[in-house]
Design a protein around this ligand. Structure first.
Ligand SMILES: C[S@@+](CC[C@H](N)C(=O)[O-])C[C@H]1O[C@@H](n2cnc3c(N)ncnc32)[C@H](O)[C@@H]1O
Length: 525
């Protein structure tokens, strides 16, 4: 699952701002109440809405509820990833401005986050079921999604009043007075039964409710300062100088992280276009420190996707050495291209592979200093960002992923030189995708040993007794949304032993030109 995506809601399919016309005027102008003309000034530029410079204090309008009603059937069929459904919908509705998109997307994701609770309440009340869900989604986006001026449900209902039909105001007020303790655990925690049970086993009954509650909230919006072009301090100063209704603060753990308090659209900013930053969860930023790449090294990002981690790794390498970004998805690798261009990195080499056994990979065997396997996984650590996954994933699906994870890790391990570092990572919270895969790998690969995460990270967090995400009981690295306010991540660090590799590797894998990047470059063409 791809993890570094645009912040839900705020930037989903963002485009140039259009005027939010009052309901009556656009309804009068067009037959379709959802299609209203763009408003432009004499120079042909889109007219910015008066008094609404950014996404805070978004104003819900009747058409927002109508768009949600249209979007919901496909979204709730769970046939496609929610972000794809929403992006496609926005492409088909080019008249929608940034704020419209932000509010519709945030409401849609709120409905996915709290599907059990909203569906139970919406089984009775005013209007159609989609209309009821749409109103609950808007209410959630305005009160908890960072889009409204109100952070209490009662005031958000008042903000929605002009959108409501007779009876709906009282209906929403009834919703606001529900005591969650009266709801069943599956309803109040908005999880499918299999996942609620799984969280009861791990992390355990004491903490599963705290985890589930955290996963019902929208994710934070974190940026990684691109140190090839700026520093975190400069980025903080520049973001705060823009004067939007948000605040930029340093992230608590990642040295290059900037947290945006608010929901601005960033994709049209000069800083984004100039490659000063990438949107990246703080936990994902930290993962590159497990790999700890050095200048001039040969590095492989085995499951690079659209390159969220590739770009962070490339910056740590100061654009030196060679960084292969492999992936089986052409679409995802294509998305890496513009990000790479913005980043200013010249050491990144995207390579499409047909599988983890592609012949191109065999040619790199034994030549690489560091390999990251950011494996395809259930994505259960990203449910704040991708809430549809909890309804789309199944225990059988996770079993299928386990086989893939095992095979990819085994194949990737062949790339490493003696003494080279291998990092296995997921954004899953499920031990069968994490610890179990890492332990199985160790058992089957005696030429590898574990480097405890606490040892690898200690220089990064010198003030802590144990570095962030490390445990005194095991060598793995794990971040939890309800503890660290990041996405959930798992990391295992292995090192290829020097002595065993010479005996174990087949002759063709111990290529004599192992340290000649030029030959390797040809080999991958
Ligand atoms: C968790 S995502 C990677 C996210 C990416 N590292 C990032 O930071 O944006 C997993 C990726 O593994 C890729 N993948 C799936 N099967 C693969 C295989 N057999 N070999 C390499 N990559 C694979 C998927 O296309 C997907 O992009």
């Amino acid at each position: 699952m791809s993890k570094e995506r645009s912040p839900r809601g705020a930037n989903a399919g963002s485009k140039t701002t259009t005027r939010l016309a009052p309901h009556k005027s656009y309804a009068a102008k067009t037959k379709d109440p959802l299609r209203r003309p763009e408003r432009r000034n004499a120079s042909g530029n889109l007219i910015a809405p008066v008094g609404q410079k950014n996404f805070s204090n978004a104003k819900a309008l009747p058409q927002h509820a109508l768009h949600l009603e249209r979007l919901l059937p496909e979204l709730l069929s769970f046939e496609q990833p929610a972000d794809r459904v929403v992006s496609r919908y926005f492409r088909a509705e080019p008249q929608l401005g940034n704020r419209d998109r932000a509010l519709i997307a945030e409401s849609a994701f709120a409905i996915l986050r709290r599907k059990n609770e909203f569906s139970q309440f919406a089984s009775s009340g005013e209007g159609s079921q989609p209309r009821r869900l749409a109103l609950l989604g808007l209410l959630s986006a305005l009160s908890e999604g960072g889009l409204g001026s109100a952070n209490r449900m009662e005031s958000a209902i008042a903000d929605l009043a002009h959108v409501l039909k007779p009876g709906e105001y009282e209906w929403l007020q009834r919703f606001a007075t529900i005591d969650p303790a009266t709801l069943s655990p599956l309803v109040r925690n908005n999880l499918p039964e299999w996942l609620w049970d799984a969280f009861g086993t791990y992390p355990g009954e004491d903490s599963r409710e705290a985890l589930a509650k955290c996963l019902m909230r929208p994710a934070l919006l974190d940026l990684r300062a691109n140190t090839m072009k700026t520093t975190r301090e400069q980025l903080l100063a520049e973001m705060n100088a823009l004067g939007g209704r948000y605040q930029a603060i340093p992230t608590p753990y990642s040295p290059d992280g900037v947290r945006i308090m608010g929901k601005p659209a960033l994709q049209n900013t000069v800083g984004f276009k100039a490659g000063m930053f990438e949107v990246q969860d703080e936990g994902s930023q930290l993962l590159s420190y497990l790999l700890a790449p050095k200048r001039g090294e040969m590095v492989v990002d085995f499951c690079a996707g659209a390159g969220g981690k590739t770009l962070a790794i490339g910056a740590l390498m100061r654009s030196t050495g060679r960084l292969y970004a492999l992936d089986t998805s052409e679409r995802r690798l294509a998305n890496l291209k513009p990000r790479q261009a913005r980043s200013g990195l010249s050491n990144v080499h995207p390579v499409w592979i047909d599988s983890e056994n592609d012949a191109k990979i065999k040619r790199l065997a034994g030549k690489i200093d560091r390999v990251l396997v950011d494996a395809p996984c259930s994505g259960m650590g990203t449910l704040r960002r991708n809430p549809d996954l909890k309804w789309r994933q199944t225990p059988t699906g996770i079993l299928e992923l386990n086989e893939k994870q095992t095979n990819i890790l085994a194949s990737a391990s062949r790339l490493l030189k003696p003494g080279g570092r291998l990092v296995y990572a997921t954004c899953s919270l499920m031990p069968q995708e994490n610890q179990a895969i890492a332990e199985d790998f160790l058992a089957k690969h005696p030429d590898f040993e574990v480097i405890p995460a606490a040892q690898a990270l200690k220089s990064l967090f010198p003030k802590d007794v144990l570095p962030l995400g490390c445990s005194p009981d095991n060598p793995w690295w794990q971040l939890w949304p309800h503890i660290h306010d990041t996405d959930g991540f798992f990391g295992a660090i292995f090192q290829r032993k020097a002595a065993v590799i010479e005996k174990k590797l087949p002759a063709e894998e111990c290529a004599p030109d192992a340290e000649k990047p030029k030959k390797t470059k040809k080999a991958l063409k």
